[in-house]
Design a protein around this ligand. Structure first.
Ligand code: NAD
Length: 329
């Protein structure tokens, strides 16, 4: 069965080939992103596999369905980039990888906290230039600080467990509280309370119409002055222009991002010889207290392997008419 794999990077090829143990799937590896201009490349492929910055809007889905596609196998947990209503109307099933390694993202989020706090990004460059002065590198003990975890699902729960181990007070908000998060040492509060008292706020909730731009001028004003804000979820959770104002005013003291609202045209490629066209992103790069990684939180051996295995399992279940346990409704 032919599977068109969009946004292919070398590691996708290696991991999907390794997971295709039965040799049942014939992968057509395509480097371009799935967009209205590229959707035709999947013609004749019953299955299309897509990643986080592929655009599965009505236009694209219509082209795919017309070309014979019947299953969209996302290689991601998030599915905010899929028009599910259009997919249902066109008879396209959508599957995803709900959990590949929550640890990979949680550990990256905590990594961003440590880098920002202890200023590893600045210390690394200084030491290489023979500058061993400590001015400007003063950090704080994480022990005893309050961390607010917004979204306490699989990743948020691991973050809570790690930070509880650091000796932090871990507060959380989620419309659906879970017992594992409580067992990990997290205490639930209302969203405004969590925002108001946390030294660090870390986001682990999906991007939906309700959560889009939840971090904006108003919510930033309700946070503790000098707060550290971490976003490894989806860029659209932040109103980036408001965040920049918060940074300029010092209301946000540290910002750690693995995602960016307009990342589609930037991340997952080498643009080091190009002129950066995104002025908002360029402004973010000027702050010494901002650290950005290019959507790499998922990028561990364990997570990449699990994404490939679950994707192949999802596709095989579809081919063999078995229940789609990872279907997105
Ligand atoms: P999950 O579904 O296990 O948990 C998400 C939690 O968010 C749920 O408990 C849900 O109830 C909660 N939630 C929903 N709406 C909320 C709201 N308005 N306020 C507070 N909480 C709300 O998902 P997960 O596996 O923990 O993943 C979390 C997010 O991380 C994903 O949605 C995805 O966007 C992101 N992610 C990023 C990467 C990366 O590489 N940077 C990788 C995987 C996932």
């Amino acid at each position: 069965m032919k599977v068109a794999v969009f946004s292919t990077r070398p590691y996708d090829r290696t991991s999907l080939d390794a997971a295709n143990t039965a040799g049942e799937l014939e992968f057509l590896y395509l480097e371009p992103r799935l967009l209205p201009e590229t959707a035709h490349m999947a013609a004749g492929c019953t299955i299309v596999s897509a990643f986080v910055n592929d655009h599965l809007n009505r236009n694209v889905l219509t082209t795919l369905a017309a070309g014979g596609t019947r299953l969209i196998a996302l290689r991601s947990a998030g599915f905010n980039n899929v028009d599910l209503e259009a997919a249902a109307e066109l008879g396209l099933r959508v599957v995803r990888v709900p959990a590949y390694s929550p640890n990979s993202i949680a550990e990256h989020a905590v990594g961003l906290m440590l880098v920002l706090n202890r200023k590893f990004h600045r210390a690394y460059n200084r030491v290489r230039e023979g500058n061993f002065a400590l001015d400007g590198l003063l950090g704080f003990d994480l022990t005893g600080k309050t961390v607010g975890v917004i979204g306490t699902g699989k990743i948020g729960t691991v973050v809570a467990r790690i930070l509880h181990g650091f000796g932090c007070t871990v507060l959380g908000y989620d419309p659906y509280p879970n017992d594992q998060a409580i067992a990990a040492g997290l205490e639930y509060r209302e969203l405004d309370d969590v925002m108001a008292v946390s030294d660090i706020v870390t986001l682990h909730l999906p991007l939906t119409p309700e959560t889009q731009h939840m971090i904006n001028a108003e919510s930033i004003a309700g946070m503790k002055p000098g707060v550290m804000l971490i976003n490894t979820s989806r860029g659209g959770l932040l109103h980036t222009a408001d965040v920049i104002e918060g940074l300029k005013a010092g209301q946000i003291g540290y910002l750690g991002l693995d995602v960016y609202e307009e990342e589609d045209d930037i991340f997952f490629q080498d643009l080091s010889s190009n002129i950066l066209q995104d002025d908002v992103f360029a402004r973010l790069l000027t702050f010494p207290n901002v650290v950005i990684t290019g959507h790499q939180a998922f990028f561990t051996q364990e997570a990449v392997g699990a994404i490939a295995t679950t994707t192949v399992d999802n596709i095989r279940a579809f081919i063999h008419d078995e229940p789609l346990v990872n279907a997105v409704q």
